[in-house]
Ligand binder design. Structure first.
Ligand code: GLC
Length: 492
């Protein structure tokens, strides 16, 4: 296999900075690529909350006081270095004091709104990353970008750095993790991010619906586009409700657009190894799972009953994740022999309405807002079933974690959910979870009912658990597919 030099760029990487599944992916795929003998390095912004001592960030003398100029305004970057935990994958932290030394990543906690200079912040991050490569004399073959915060690089490579010998032959890959988060700005911002102003106007390459759209820019300029599951890749070119007007543009990319399913880092997400859950367990020792359930329920103030299944959800509370449907289904769900726990925050209105059910069914339903990582692991370990009725889901990771924890997923038939869960045939016992036959509250109720009935058949349920715990979605395979994409981008 060829060995490439790969720069992997992201705005968040677990465990340093995480707002969602993106960080799990960016913290794991590079390790898998390294295991395939690739020379890979990461760069992320150095946010204020990243603890330099805890993660042993080191100064790099050469990378101090790097001038980064955009539209005539120079800022100073200081780049520090560390390693991804338990690995030899190097990660650089780009510190630009006045842009990233703030309490939030994208949202200002004071106003609850995006920082008004987000486009400029990430433009400087991108340019600082490119300048850093030059100082290091480390010339990558591939720059792999993720989401709009890194969309600047594919554009810069083909515009302001086009005639720079250092970047000759460097190819950019752009991965879409969620097409609804597009990086939309006022076209007037173009000059401040070194984008051609005329292309930011209506009809231009950066313009969509009369706004400057960074996702559109990246799709135009990147050498290869990927997204995080095959079904989602298909949905965003065929279904306008999911493609948000990008259908045609992506379809035109032809062979240069592909869905590659995310993997899972099983060194973090396995009940045998998971240090953050009270009792480790495996498929040969499912009593350990019951112990976790007891501990979880007692923390939630709910009573344990071995015949009552616990349905867990860990999710942003939004309509995209299907919470409007969950609300509609709530009464019917809570009338079953079932307990429900929701861990997640989001849409105020939906959260408030969910709270009402807590008051109505205090011994069957619990909910908490904190996204405490330990609690997330405990839900995976302690719940019997896991519900994800998303309207669309690029990949989704919790259904895959759930499989490994013997927590049977109940999912809608979209995107990565569809690609990772097989609908159970209750007659033959084949399958790995329960799939909704349509996106509706009625279907949620019907499907959960089916799962609750199956849960009663203790032996079959345990067999199902043991079988799903053997499912393997490790990064190994997906990493190989990315390598194939790199090959194709470089040898076109
Ligand atoms: C986004 C998507 C989610 C995906 C994750 C990682 O958060 O919404 O489906 O699993 O990115 O790619």
């Amino acid at each position: 296999m060829e060995q490439y030099k790969i720069l992997y760029l992201a705005s968040e990487v677990a465990p340093f900075a995480k707002s969602g599944g993106l960080a799990d992916v960016t913290g794991a795929l590079p390790k898998a690529l390294k295991a395939h003998n690739q020379e890979i390095r990461l760069m992320i912004p150095k946010y204020k909350f990243i603890n330099e001592r805890k993660y042993v960030l080191r100064e790099v003398i050469r990378l101090r006081d790097i001038p980064v100029t955009i539209n005539g305004v120079t800022k100073t970057a200081n780049v520090k270095s560390a390693f991804l935990p338990d690995s030899k994958v190097q990660i650089y932290f780009v510190e630009i004091e006045d842009l990233f030394n703030r309490p939030g990543m994208y949202i200002d906690p004071k106003t609850n709104k995006p920082y008004p200079d987000n486009a400029q912040r990430f433009a400087y991050f991108a340019k600082a990353a490119m300048e850093t490569l030059k100082i290091l004399s480390w010339q990558p073959n591939i720059i792999h970008c993720n989401e709009w915060q890194t969309a600047f690089v594919p554009v810069y490579l083909k515009t302001i750095y086009l005639n720079d010998d250092f970047f000759k032959g460097v190819k950019s890959i752009y991965t879409i993790h969620n097409l609804t988060v597009q990086g939309i700005f006022d076209p007037k911002v173009a000059a401040d991010i070194d984008f051609d102003e005329s292309q930011a106007k209506e009809g231009g390459m950066f313009n969509k619906d009369n706004k400057l759209n960074l996702t559109k820019a990246a799709i135009h300029f990147a050498d290869f586009i990927t997204t995080v599951s095959e079904s989602y890749a298909n949905e965003i070119i065929t279904n306008p409700d999911v493609g948000y007007g990008f259908e045609k543009l992506l379809e035109e990319k032809g062979e240069k657009f592909e869905g590659i399913l995310n993997g899972v880092d099983y060194s973090v997400w396995s009940p045998e190894l998971d240090k953050s859950i009270p009792v480790q367990y495996s498929k040969d020792n499912l009593e350990g799972k019951t112990e976790n359930k007891k501990i979880l329920l007692s923390r939630l103030g709910l009573e344990f009953n071995e015949n009552t299944p616990l349905l867990g959800m860990v999710s942003a509370v939004t309509e995209q994740k299907g919470f409007d449907l969950v609300l509609e289904a709530m009464d019917s769900l809570l009338k079953m022999n079932l307990q429900v726990y929701i861990l997640g925050d989001g849409d105020r209105n939906l959260v408030e309405k969910l709270y009402e059910y807590r008051d109505k069914y205090p011994d069957k339903f619990a909910m908490s807002l904190s996204s405490d990582d330990k609690m997330v692991h405990l839900v995976e370990a302690g719940a019997d079933m896991f519900l994800m009725p998303s309207k669309y889901e690029p990949c989704g990771l919790h259904q895959i974690y759930s499989l490994r924890y013997g927590t049977i997923p109940i999912v809608s038939a979209v995107g990565g959910l569809y690609d990772t869960v097989d609908d159970l045939d209750v007659e033959t016992g084949e399958g790995t979870g329960f799939i909704l036959d349509e996106l509706s509250a009625k279907s949620i109720v019907k499907t959960v009912k089916k799962a609750v009935a199956y849960f009663k058949k203790k032996e079959q349920w345990q067999e199902l658990q043991k079988r799903v715990m053997e499912e393997d979605f490790s990064w190994e395979l997906s990493a190989k597919r990315y390598l194939d994409v790199y090959d194709r981008a470089l040898n076109e």
